[in-house]
Design a protein around this ligand. Structure first.
Ligand code: GTP
Ligand code: MG
Length: 414
């Protein structure tokens, strides 16, 4: 097995060998490649392959049975035989058995590979897995539903001669979207603007799902990625901070067949990713969810107290019952949402979880009280301010204890 420094890197002009452009006269060899350190090669989850090739085209799929063969055929035709390439389909164990179609195609063409993930879900993590397993010196990501203009792959690869990352853009001259509703276009443009302004990203389409990246650039940032939802490119651009971004305009076409996987969850994931990136990960998305559930608990407590008090007129027991109702509601929402990847199932697990949650919330309440009164008495601060400080300290305390005790253990598929 060769030393990792022997793997190939993209070099100027190699992608001009692609079918739509003039042919390169300088093939890539170990001799003209730049060196990779061993540390680069063993970066988290990135597989050092002895059979490095020029490009890997990664197609993430979920229920794309009707599209995948067409997408693979199109890429095969576009890439031709001048350069060495592979297609890596990363399928999340699609119920329509997309992986079965890919495995059959892989039997006929050794350049087609299928990674069927049975224990993980999610578009961004599928792409990161594909990048880690891909053997190409350049990595291209495209949708499998033929909405991306796959004939532009050679141009994306050629753009990597001058930039570590190249983006298929809908929002530069020559690009566009076909058949989008005004609502979808407005939302997409708004998210693009927010991303550009908030993260200072200079790219006309940082929300694109169609892009290419040099393998070395991916390796540089792989361990800093926290792939979530749909918007991996936004995170890559933010973490990589490339001096230059290549852009290749294309028209985003209507879906050829099958159903869209876009859902309101995608918008929510976008907001969480943005908050996480802006806070430099000090605030995790899980913590934001936990804090929001805490706020919802306040509302539940007020409402249930009001209802009980109106109907029973017993102040003390109404307060206790309202607190218990809020605690149960917080536990259930956290279990189904904040900690969905570690969800308690079955009555025994739920009862045990609820008891831990109640116990930790109880200690949190004591800490809240202690901080509030200590600051109020010793620093004569305004009671409103000291209460806010007490709530903040108790929330952090509760969060980390619940993370480590109530929902401890290995993550499992949601
Ligand atoms: N492996 C994997 N692939 C996914 C997942 N969600 C979506 N995909 C694939 O990612 C690509 C983009 O998803 P789409 O649903 O087409 O999203 P979109 O193109 O933004 O939306 P539409 O225009 O409505 O199609 C497609 O190839 C999907 O099959 C997932 O959870 N896991
Ligand atoms: Mg699509």
């Amino acid at each position: 097995m060769p030393h990792p420094s022997e793997v190939m890197q993209p070099n100027a002009g190699m992608w001009r060998a692609a079918p739509t452009s003039p042919t390169s006269d300088q093939p890539v060899t170990a001799a003209n490649s730049s060196a990779l350190s061993v540390a680069d090669a063993v970066v988290r989850g990135v597989v050092a392959s002895p059979h490095r090739i020029d490009a890997t085209i990664i197609l993430p799929t979920y229920n794309e049975r009707e599209n995948i063969a067409h997408a693979i055929a199109t890429i095969t035709q576009v890439m031709g035989d001048e350069v060495s390439w592979e297609i890596l389909v990363v399928d999340d164990d699609s119920p329509d058995r997309t992986w079965e179609v890919v495995e059959a195609l892989a039997q006929q063409d050794g350049r087609v590979r299928c990674y069927r993930r049975v224990d993980r879900k999610g578009l961004s993590s599928a792409i990161v897995d594909g990048m880690s397993l891909g053997r190409g010196a350049c990595l291209v990501v495209a949708d499998a539903d033929l909405q991306h203009d796959l004939s532009r792959i050679p141009e994306l690869l050629a753009a990597l001669d001058h930039a570590p990352i190249a983006v298929g853009t809908r929002y530069a001259n020559g690009g566009g979207t076909a058949g989008w509703s005004r609502r979808r276009l407005t939302l997409s443009r708004a998210a693009t603007l927010v991303c550009q302004v908030a993260l200072g990203i200079r790219c006309s389409d940082p929300m694109s799902g169609y892009f290419a990246i040099r393998r070395t650039a991916f390796q540089e940032v792989a361990q800093h990625l926290n792939p979530r939802g749909y918007k991996l490119l936004m995170e890559l651009l933010h973490v990589l901070r490339p001096a230059q971004v290549g852009e290749v305009p294309y028209i985003f076409s209507p879906r050829r067949a099958g159903e869209s996987k876009l859902s309101p969850q995608v918008a929510w994931d976008f907001v969480l990713s943005l908050a996480e990136l802006l806070s430099r990960r000090l605030v995790s998305a899980r913590f934001v969810k936990y804090a929001l559930v805490g706020f919802s608990g306040v509302a539940v407590q007020y409402c249930s107290f009001y209802l009980l008090w109106r109907n029973l007129v017993i102040d003390e027991s109404a307060t206790a019952a309202a607190i218990a109702t809020a605690a149960c509601s917080n536990y259930l929402i956290n279990n189904g949402w904040t900690f969905a990847d570690r969800r308690h199932r079955g009555s025994a697990e739920v009862v045990r979880g609820l008891l831990w949650f109640g116990l930790i919330s109880g200690t949190g309440a004591l800490i809240n009280q202690a901080v509030t009164w200590y600051l109020h008495d010793h620093h004569t601060l305004d009671l409103g301010l000291t209460m806010a400080a007490g709530i903040a300290v108790a929330t952090v305390w509760n969060y980390f204890l619940n993370l480590d005790l109530t929902w401890r253990g290995h993550a499992r598929p949601a």
